[in-house]
Design a protein around this ligand. Structure first.
Ligand code: DLL
Length: 375
């Protein structure tokens, strides 16, 4: 059993957790209604008041939020605090045109670091680890989130960022990295490069992989584990909600514990929007319970999964989501980069001589996705 970062939350009695969730939900609903014009308008149209939320079941009454709402509020209109309260801005690709902009207050950053530390502790990261972060540092949330979490734990962080695979391998060997943080497909790229260069992975100190940001399979996990001689773990998150740190695997490997004290999860039928009972497959919807900069009510992630509430063998009481295998929209994740077909269409429409009839072919060469556009 690995250690638990915050037992008072991760092992919380469900009744107590639900009380905390309700109090936080009521606060967040008030914050959204008072400070975000989008929510005020939605609530008014639906004849709802923040006071109408008196139980967790009342969540059903509340409106959904979708990615387009964020896009239409570009860049800052969904922020619930004045810009001077925001200390960090990240963004991710939107469907067309505008990207989605996310802002963090100082408290949001503290929570985010805590959540990443929690998730990393869950797979066994400790202060003696040397963490090589091979996610791109920039607008993407992956690198910064896990970087902050690792520092909070007290591990040594090497921010190599993504790319320059030869240098990654050199650093991994010479700086004695014990954990690798990146997309599973980039881990496979590193494996292939090691094979090409005749580097024996056994000669590194690597023991752990923390992978996420794109779907991958058990088969790929087995391959990475056997070729790199590490334990490969999966973690899940999305920028709109906070970034990495939303949910992560424990050593039991029976799903990802979702940080329910910060995120209230639901599963809905993507067609009708109706809430589905635990264990049924549907779209994951998340309400943020503590966020100040960009609080979201019933955000539709478009990720398809199931929710389980049975107590886990690791002792954590937090609900688990199953590994994400697909989405309810047409977003593709190509080598960790989110791509919408509409974005490709948008580019084509602006190229003289092309017609907006096109085919997108996605193939795999080894572990690398390859996207071709036929026009
Ligand atoms: O990918 C956040 C993240 C960074 C998660 C690093 C884990 C590690 P976005 O770029 O906004 O944020 O993409 C979010 O990626 O809605 C899922 O469709 C997909 N996704 C993220 N993690 C996983 C995973 C980051 N472990 C979108 N398995 C999400 C499958 C994942 N899909």
């Amino acid at each position: 059993m690995t250690s638990v970062w915050k037992p008072e939350y991760e092992l919380m009695d469900r009744e107590e957790l639900e009380q905390l969730q309700l109090e936080r939900l009521q606060t967040i609903v008030h914050r959204c209604y008072r400070n975000v014009a989008f929510y005020k308008k939605k609530f008014d149209e639906m004849g709802l008041l923040p006071e109408d939320v008196n139980s967790l079941d009342d969540l059903r009454k509340l409106p959904f939020t979708v990615k387009d709402n964020l896009r239409d509020s570009y860049p800052y209109d969904m922020f619930a605090v004045p810009l001077r309260e925001i200390v960090r801005i990240h963004s991710s690709s939107g469907t067309t045109g505008h990207p989605t902009v996310v802002g963090y207050t100082r408290n949001d950053l503290l929570h985010w670091s805590e959540l990443c530390a929690r998730m990393m502790t869950m797979v066994g990261v400790g202060r003696d680890d040397v963490i090589q972060i091979a996610f791109g540092y920039g607008l993407f949330t992956g690198a910064f989130g896990l970087h902050q979490g690792a520092e909070l734990i007290g591990a040594s962080v090497i921010p190599t960022s993504v790319g320059n695979t030869r240098r990654q391998i050199l650093i991994m060997r010479d700086y004695k990295s014990t954990a690798l943080v990146c997309t599973p497909s980039y881990a496979m790229t590193i494996v292939e490069a090691m094979e090409e260069q005749g580097v024996d992975p056994k000669t590194t100190d690597l023991r752990l992989g923390l992978f996420g940001s794109e779907p991958w399979t058990e088969k790929m996990r087995e391959e990475i584990e056997s070729k790199l001689y590490i334990k490969a773990t999966d973690n899940y998150g999305l920028s709109e909600v906070i970034g990495p740190g939303v949910a992560g695997e424990c050593p039991e490997r029976c799903g990802h514990h979702i940080a329910e004290d910060h995120f209230l999860p639901e599963i809905i039928d993507p067609e009708t929007g109706a809430q589905l009972p635990p264990g049924e497959e549907g779209e994951l919807v998340i309400t943020t319970l503590t966020k100040e900069g960009l609080p979201l009510i019933r955000y539709r992630t478009r990720d398809i999964t199931r929710l389980h509430y049975e107590k886990c063998g690791c002792g954590r009481t937090l609900a688990r989501i199953e590994r994400i295998a697909r989405r309810s929209d047409d977003m593709l994740i190509i080598r960790g980069v989110n791509v919408y077909p509409q974005q490709i269409e948008h580019v084509l429409l602006n190229i003289e001589g092309t017609k907006p009839h096109y085919m997108i072919y996605v193939t795999r060469e080894g572990a690398k996705d390859r996207l071709e556009v036929w026009v």
